[in-house]
Design a protein. Structure first.
Ligand code: DP6
Length: 327
């Protein structure tokens, strides 16, 4: 048997409070604005990468099923960058598993490309800093750059490839927050994030969203550092609504909300008016991330499950950065 080089990495997904929407450079995934997120312990991807001479072409198994086409091409392209860096041309067998239900409508590109980057780099013996890993993960999926560091994370838009990376602004145990994801649709969305980023500039609202982002980043950073839930609520909900306004006014328009999405948003606002610490944030899909404090978890989850159209609720707490689980 010829020599094999392998490693396994585990990465959390993340939820952005200040969203990434639109690129300055699509190939390098240089974003038009910085973003801030929280890693999600409980929504994780574990990926094993094996490089070897007997592997004749790149292979990908996703949640136990062989993947081909666009998914495999995206992984191969990402591995090409890492192979060039390591000066090798070996093909790879990649196996990736999510610990959350497949098809639950949860975006997994952040945890997937973070775990893939760390596993492939470790397998090929590349000794890289967290910053370097974040830069490489960004090339695979922008939000994956934020799943490399731990806890609460800021991704700097930067000016070029080397300056666009993410770093931790607070560790996971800094704040006892919970993300309860109200799943309202299991269907695959027509236009995913990558397609959406390409359309962002067709909305006349995008320019003003971008111009106002430094201010929102500042408010969000401060809210996290001082554990100010009300301030985080205000800036996060506004940021989500700004991004969805851009989406809805793009050409063609992207409309991700479904009736139960709005029902959850409305309920969350009502609970908050009655004194409960709770807010919503929504990515490029109809599911609603409902953020609350640890002590409210059970009650919020119970109430979410009672809303018509909520299929299930997944829970996550602040998570660590990417880890090598085996080599
Ligand atoms: C709405 O990182 O999934 O979730 O770089 O094309 O893979 P690609 O896009 P992706 O975009 C995430 C968009 C978002 C907001 C966010 O997570 O910041």
């Amino acid at each position: 048997m010829t020599e094999q080089y392998s490693a396994t990495a585990r990465a959390c997904s993340n939820i952005a409070f200040i969203k990434y929407w639109g690129n300055r450079d699509h190939d390098l995934r240089l974003p038009l604005n910085g973003s801030i997120s929280m890693n999600l312990k409980g929504l994780e991807t574990t990926t094993t990468v094996v490089f070897g001479e007997e592997i004749e072409s790149d292979r990908l198994v996703l949640n136990g099923k062989p993947a081909t086409g666009a998914a495999l091409e995206r992984v191969s392209k990402h591995l090409d960058y890492i192979r060039r860096l390591a000066g090798v041309s070996l093909c790879a067998a990649v196996e990736s598993e999510n610990n959350f239900p497949t098809g639950a409508g949860i975006a997994s590109s952040a945890s997937a490309f973070s775990a893939l980057t760390a596993a492939a780099c470790a397998a090929l013996g590349l000794k890289l800093t967290e910053k370097e890993l974040s830069i490489i993960a960004r090339l695979g999926s922008g939000s994956a750059s934020r799943s490399i560091p731990g806890g609460f994370v800021e991704w700097y838009a930067g000016e070029d490839h080397e300056s666009s990376f993410a770093e931790s602004i607070a560790p996971p145990d800094h704040w006892d927050l919970v993300d309860l994801v109200a799943i309202v649709s299991l269907e695959h969305k027509d236009v995913g994030s990558s397609g959406g980023h390409q359309l962002a500039n067709t909305s006349s609202l995008q320019q003003s969203r971008i111009e106002d982002t430094p201010q929102r980043l500042q408010l969000c950073r401060e809210a996290i550092l001082t554990r100010d839930f009300d301030a985080l609520t205000e800036v996060s909900e506004k940021d989500t609504l700004l991004m969805h306004s851009v989406m809805m006014t793009s050409e063609p328009a992207l409309f991700y909300c479904l009736p139960p999405t709005l029902a959850v948003m409305q309920a969350v606002r009502e609970w908050r008016n009655n004194g409960m610490p709770v807010f919503f944030t929504i990515d490029a899909g109809p599911n609603v991330h409902v953020i609350t404090t640890g002590d409210q978890r059970e009650e919020v989850e119970r109430r979410l499950r009672e809303i018509d159209g909520v299929i299930t609720v997944l829970g996550a707490t602040p998570g660590r950065g990417v880890e090598i689980a085996g080599q």
